[in-house]
Design a protein around this ligand. Structure first.
Ligand SMILES: [Zn+2]
Ligand SMILES: [Zn+2]
Length: 88
């Protein structure tokens, strides 16, 4: 097996999410948060189970097992929603 991974540097595609690219095509994609916020390229094989966008493990998301993780964007959104629900 080739130790060099294939990768896809195109921007996020709703019709072909990072989840599909990583799981089905076995290719690495750039962390969308690094790309959007810092214009930095960091390839990853982790993706968010919620928005299906790729994230770099540790800095922009956390890996919970079985390839499914949550990115900081969705994590913050969930935390905020929980706070709103609680105050109601
Ligand atoms: Zn990142
Ligand atoms: Zn997400």
């Amino acid at each position: 097996m080739n130790k060099w991974h294939k990768f896809d540097l195109t921007s996020f595609d709703q019709k072909r999410t990072d989840k599909a690219k990583i799981l089905e095509d076995k290719i690495w994609v750039p962390c969308r948060i690094c790309r959007d916020m810092f214009a930095r390229l960091r390839l990853t094989e982790r993706f968010c189970g919620s928005c299906e966008r790729a994230f770099c493990e540790g800095e922009h998301g956390s890996f919970t097992g079985r390839n499914i993780g949550i990115c900081v964007r969705c994590y913050n959104k969930t935390a905020m929603e929980m706070r709103v629900t609680k105050s109601n």
